[in-house]
Ligand binder design. Structure first.
Ligand code: NAD
Length: 472
């Protein structure tokens, strides 16, 4: 979130958005204060031997809310990590989980290092020591607090965390549920890698399928033929672009750190990825125009703009020049509060990060459930479901005297695999939550989806605190 033109920190910025939304809720001040507060802040320093010297590493784990347990949130490795940032991100996790009905409190962790500075061996030592510190203070565990990947971390780090935790807690049958985002071989779930980008697609598709919202923008319903620009061709951006392309949208622009591309007739995503792999850059892609200053791609003609890279990329300086009618916040905090005001006034629909990029935590929840149940999704019902479909199909063929084609037979007979069930759960979550936010917006006459998303979250957390009661 922005600190430009204002003098409040990231966490204070989140609090300001909260206060704006709290006016639309019915909770007493004390409950609102409790929802807003960061419950537990653990700042640690620990020594790690790097080469010949001992380095003292600064790290955090912050649990924002305990209204549901465990707490959940990623771990970031970056030199920008500080207490305020981790507090803000942990608060956003609380609201994000509530919006998509994931029964967790929010948390976040961070280690103040530049991961590029260390060897794999050194990173493993730092990660394992950080995990041991969390175990010592009871800040990690399947029922306590469950980290996940974030900036600078991935499935490799999550594996190290799980292994360290399991070694320190021998006999804990749920040890693998202490962290999510693990590789499938280490208890991860299929579909986690693409979950955030796919969730972005499902969320924006739901908006585009809502005729009243499209009428406000003068657009036809559906995502087919919609012109899309994506900033950041990383995990989230690539997958969002892939699902839009497959659904018949036109990917007209891409912005990456080395430059941007535009082609009003559409870019072939897989050919572009192959081009980048062979040349080391997206630039000079056949048929497309190079845009030297990649930030300018954000201002080009399109229906849907998806910033999926960094914070604060749409701000008071460029918001007025944005031509998109829909902005889907795939990244965390791509719009500054000033940009939000300008774009709302222009009638642009902004789909907020807190909802739109929640696909990752949703599928992390599925991974945690898988770890606690110790069985792969679909293992019990796949064959049963296939046999049942086969029986129904045989009856229909016998009754009609007609046979379906081999391709149709295969489709009808297909029992659900793990990935099918994960996608289905994710799709249902993104559709249901969008409609819930929109209904809140309409029923309370709230001007924008971001405030409505906050209101939905506060209402759920508030009821949870009220019904829990206050411990004497
Ligand atoms: P990533 O590192 O895989 O991808 C980011 C991409 O942005 C990279 O390809 C990078 O080259 C590009 N980029 C960097 N600087 C740029 C610039 N100036 N202009 C254009 N592109 C630039 O990261 P990611 O996992 O895809 O995350 C992207 C955003 O989504 C972050 O804000 C992250 O917090 C958020 N997010 C990610 C997840 C997830 O599951 N990965 C979940 C929720 C939110």
């Amino acid at each position: 979130m922005s600190t430009e033109n204002n003098h409040y920190s990231f966490f204070e910025g989140v609090e300001r958005n909260f206060d704006k939304a709290a006016k639309y809720t019915r909770f007493e001040q004390g409950i609102l204060e409790q929802i807003k507060a960061c419950n537990s802040v653990y700042r640690m320093k620990f020594p790690v031997r790097i080469g010949e010297t001992v380095e003292v590493i600064e790290a955090y784990r912050i649990q924002h809310s305990h209204h549901k347990l465990p707490c959940k949130g990623g771990i970031r490795y970056s030199m920008d990590v500080n207490q305020d940032e981790v507090m803000a991100l942990s608060a956003l996790m609380t609201y994000k989980c509530a919006i998509v009905n994931v029964p967790f409190g929010g948390a976040k962790g961070g280690i103040k290092i530049n991961p590029k500075k260390y060897t794999t061996y050194e990173l493993e030592k730092i990660t394992r020591r950080y995990t041991a510190e969390l175990v010592k203070k009871n800040f990690i565990g399947a029922g306590i607090d469950v980290p996940a990947p974030d900036y600078g971390t991935g499935s490799r780090e999550m594996s190290w965390i799980a292994d360290t935790y399991a070694s320190l807690k021998p006999g804990d049958v749920d040890a693998m549920g202490c962290v999510t985002g693990k590789p499938v071989s280490q208890g991860g779930v299929r579909g986690r890698t693409e979950a955030t980008g796919l969730g972005v697609f499902y969320g924006l598709r739901e908006l585009c399928n809502t005729a009243e919202e499209m009428a406000k923008l003068g657009l036809s319903t559906g995502v087919k033929d919609k012109k899309v620009i994506v900033q950041g061709l990383g995990n989230v951006g690539y997958h969002a672009a892939k699902y839009f392309s497959e659904a018949g949208s036109k990917l007209v622009g891409i912005a990456e750190y080395e430059g941007g591309l535009y082609n009003a007739n559409g870019l072939d995503l897989e050919a572009l990825v192959a081009h980048r792999k062979s040349t080391g850059s997206i630039l000079n892609f056949p048929g497309a125009t190079n845009v030297t200053n990649s930030a300018e791609v954000l201002e080009m003609e399109c229906d849907i703009l998806i910033p999926a890279a960094l914070e604060n990329v749409i701000n008071a300086d460029n918001a007025d020049r944005i031509k998109a009618k829909i902005i889907g916040e795939a990244a965390n905090g791509p719009l500054t509060p000033e940009a939000d005001v300008i774009l709302n006034a222009k009638g642009v629909i902004v789909v907020p990060d807190m909802y739109l990029n929640a696909g990752g935590v949703t599928v992390s929840y599925f991974e945690w459930l898988k770890n606690l149940s110790h069985v792969r999704y679909g293992r019990l019902e796949k064959r049963f479901s296939e046999n049942q479909s086969g029986t129904i199909l045989e009856s229909v063929e016998a009754l009609t005297g007609k046979k379906v084609s081999d391709i149709e037979r295969k489709q009808i007979m297909h029992g659900p695999d793990e990935v099918d069930l994960v996608y289905s759960g994710l799709e249902d979550t993104m559709i249901g939550s969008f409609q819930e936010i929109r209904e809140t917006m309409i029923s309370l006459n709230i001007p924008d989806l971001r405030t409505a998303a906050f209101v939905t979250a506060i209402n759920k957390i508030g009821v949870s605190y009220e019904e829990l009661g206050i411990f004497p």
